[in-house]
Design a protein around this ligand. Structure first.
Ligand code: PGA
Length: 263
């Protein structure tokens, strides 16, 4: 059965002075068997969050929000995947805010994916369409093209062995308070698994966890997790609020129990 994953994307929030305490609080409020929890703080908070979680709850993993596509070199201000050793075990790749603000292309995102898995980081690959693309009926084509671009040249067996997770995040739903419906998310998850199948995953597409992201809250998470094809959430704004995280993970635990993951 696929993992049930709740990943917190703190984006450009928290400082090394307060991140550890927030992580500790979230960890203590989300102790539910069977749910894979990940917190992705800003780079400068990775050490503080890691130290707090090692003490409070080592079951909560730490992730980075990005990595560079090269291993080292003259790239001012950038962080390479091997530098995260001891600081993170997961990484978000291809978030729409980076596609938008750093002009990341599918080809570049594909290179980052390779750097992530080479460094032993579990990647969360983000895909998702713009509002205009959905309104003109192109959402599935856009997501299919993003997957093809990013996954080209990667060995499905190896990607799966490194625990590839895909997050479907419609861009119009991110940070807007306007979430997709559970049915929309489930339909896209089916599309994503169909794309993976044609990319060489074959039946293996069934084992890749697919998360929904975009204005997820404790109030709407149930609509997504009621869909058997959805395996969790990538949570932005609500992930900074312990009450919200407690509600989201509690709902995820129901799915984990139903899947027999809770031990
Ligand atoms: P949001 O962000 O939950 O604030 O919409 C989700 C994300 O960008 O991963």
């Amino acid at each position: 059965m696929r993992d049930v994953v709740v990943a917190a994307n703190w984006k450009m929030h928290t400082t090394p002075a307060d991140a550890g305490e927030l992580a500790r609080t979230i960890a203590s409020r989300t102790r539910e068997p069977g749910v894979t929890r990940v917190i992705c703080p800003p780079y400068v908070c990775l050490a503080a969050v890691g130290a707090a979680l090692a003490d409070a709850d080592p079951d909560v993993a730490v992730g980075a929000q990005n990595i560079h596509h090269e291993l080292a070199g003259a790239f001012t201000g950038e962080i390479a995947a091997p530098m995260l050793e001891g600081l993170a075990t997961w990484v978000i790749v291809g978030h729409s805010e980076r596609r938008r603000d750093a002009a990341e292309t599918d080809e570049l995102i594909g290179r980052k994916l390779g750097r992530a898995t080479d460094a032993g980081l579990r990647p969360i690959l983000c895909v998702g369409e713009q509002l205009s693309e959905r309104e003109t009926g192109r959402a599935t084509d856009v997501v299919d093209a993003q997957l093809r671009g990013a996954l080209a040249g990667h060995d499905p067996v190896e990607m799966t062995a490194h625990g590839l997770v895909i997050a479907y995040e419609p861009v119009w739903a991110i940070g807007t308070g306007r979430n997709a419906t559970g049915a929309d998310a489930a339909a896209m998850a089916e599309t994503i698994r169909a794309s993976l199948s044609t990319l060489g995953w074959a039946d293996g597409a069934d084992v890749v966890p697919i998360l929904y992201g975009g204005s997820v809250t404790s109030a709407n998470i149930g609509a997504f997790l009621a869909e058997p094809s959805i395996d969790g959430a990538l949570v932005g704004g609500a992930s900074l609020k312990p009450d919200e995280m407690a509600g989201i993970v509690a709902r995820a635990a129901i799915t984990a129990r139903a899947r027999g993951l809770a031990g």
